[in-house]
Design a protein around this ligand. Structure first.
Ligand code: FAD
Ligand code: EPU
Length: 336
């Protein structure tokens, strides 16, 4: 049902107060199709959990909130299960469902906020796993033609916090379901140092997928602010990938600068370290600032505007560029 002049504060984890001209939840592909017919010429924004968006101003158009539910077991073998999941399912609910059934593959992605439908958008990732590792295919409705199309793994062009839906196909498709392949004999990925430490602290030597999930939940809760208490959208910037040569030069001046190998020529540098070292961590300007435990997270303590947070991100980008010659790229989707 189409609602008018809706306050979007409850629908974005930054907790920014802006209004959308129109707002409509949809629970099925057919409902989505009729809304699209009704709204032909209006600008559209598809919203899931609103945990990776920053609104700059009121939205002059229609916000369509994806609430398509359902988890369907479509194939099962001795080794794995294939699940078709409605785009409106909460991501962490899917993780809990998988853990309950001892299906492995997404336990490292525990507690990432948001919807299943948004998970391929930026190929969500954490603790050494990305959804591309368990992704089979997805269905999406083309807005212009109202036709459903199946996208294969290759067609999604997954990269680090990237997919075709953030690039060429931005705002052209509504993802309606995602199909994943999960393993019945899970191989645990505890290579991220912090996971091993957390398991050790809990005296667990032979972890189950639930143990790994619990450890990750605890690490995340200790580092990241809970959006229910402090408005935020997780990492505001991506970790920059830079040429190894540039890194080695930087290391001469900043001997402590951390990096992770990407390939023979490139390394990834933690943006959180760059921002932290530049003195931004914990800085507060009125209602907004840089989180005190994680410099990669910008926060809204109360009633900040999207513009204030965007301007802060501009200042950080400029400062990091001047100090290190590295251009930070925003991970969060800026909505105008
Ligand atoms: P939204 O914010 O609603 O939308 C994000 C973008 O996707 C928008 O451009 C929107 O238009 C588009 N979109 C949404 N749904 C659809 C759809 N069905 N079809 C087409 N387009 C769509 N991300 C990580 O990768 N790893 C992390 O560890 C992580 N940690 C986080 C921790 C916190 C505390 C927070 C607040 C965020 C974190 N994030 C993380 C970011 C966020 O959780 C993910 O990007 C998540 O996938 C966003 O889902 P959403 O449903 O909230 O998307
Ligand atoms: N660091 C600092 N100071 C800080 C923050 C980080 O020095 O304030 C340095 C430390 O050296 C630390 C390193 O940065 O070892 C990495 O920090 P952390 O392990 O917290 O991870 P991150 O790089 O900040 C990334 C993802 C997160 C994901 C975690 C765990 C990106 C942009 N962010 O964060 O994803 O949960 O790793 O895998 O890749 C998100 O995308 O929203 C998100 C939260």
């Amino acid at each position: 049902m189409l609602q008018e002049n809706v306050n979007l504060k409850p629908f974005n984890t930054f907790g920014i107060t802006v209004h959308s001209e129109f707002f409509a939840p949809f629970t099925s592909v057919n409902e989505l199709k009729s809304l699209l017919s009704e709204l032909k010429t209006k600008p559209l924004l598809i919203l899931g959990g609103g945990s990776n968006v920053l609104f700059q101003s009121d939205y002059n158009g229609v916000v369509l909130r994806n609430e398509i539910k359902g988890i369907e077991l479509i194939e099962e073998s001795d080794k794995d299960v294939t699940l078709k999941v409605g785009a409106g399912i909460v991501w962490h609910d899917l993780v809990l469902h998988a853990i309950k059934n001892n299906w492995g593959g997404i336990e490292n992605l525990s507690l990432i906020p948001g919807s299943v439908g948004a998970s391929p958008m930026q190929n969500i990732g954490a603790y050494g796993v990305e959804i591309k590792d368990v992704f089979d295919s997805l269905e999406a409705l083309e807005i212009a033609t109202k036709k459903l199309k199946t996208f294969t793994h290759e067609e999604c062009q997954f990269g680090y916090r990237e997919s075709v839906f953030k690039k060429e196909l931005k705002n052209k498709y509504v993802i309606t379901s995602v199909t994943f392949k999960l393993s019945k004999s899970p191989v645990l990925n505890t290579s991220y140092g912090a996971i091993e430490e957390e398991l050790k602290a809990r005296d667990i030597s032979q972890p189950t997928i639930k143990d790994v999930s619990d450890a990750i939940i605890s690490i995340r809760q200790s580092k990241l602010p809970d959006p229910k208490k402090i408005g935020n959208a997780g990492s505001f910037f991506k970790n920059p990938v830079i040429p190894l040569k540039q890194y080695l030069k930087l290391q001469l001046r900043y001997s402590e600068i951390p990096a992770y190998k990407v390939d023979e020529q490139n390394v990834k540098v933690p943006a959180g370290w760059l921002i932290d070292q530049s003195g931004w961590k914990g800085k507060t300007f009125g209602d907004f600032g840089v989180h005190k435990r994680q410099a990669l997270v910008l926060v809204n303590y109360k009633d900040a505007t999207g513009k204030e947070i965007y301007d802060l991100s501009e200042n950080i980008i400029q400062d990091i560029s001047e100090r290190y010659g590295i251009n930070l790229e925003r991970e969060v989707n800026i909505i105008h």
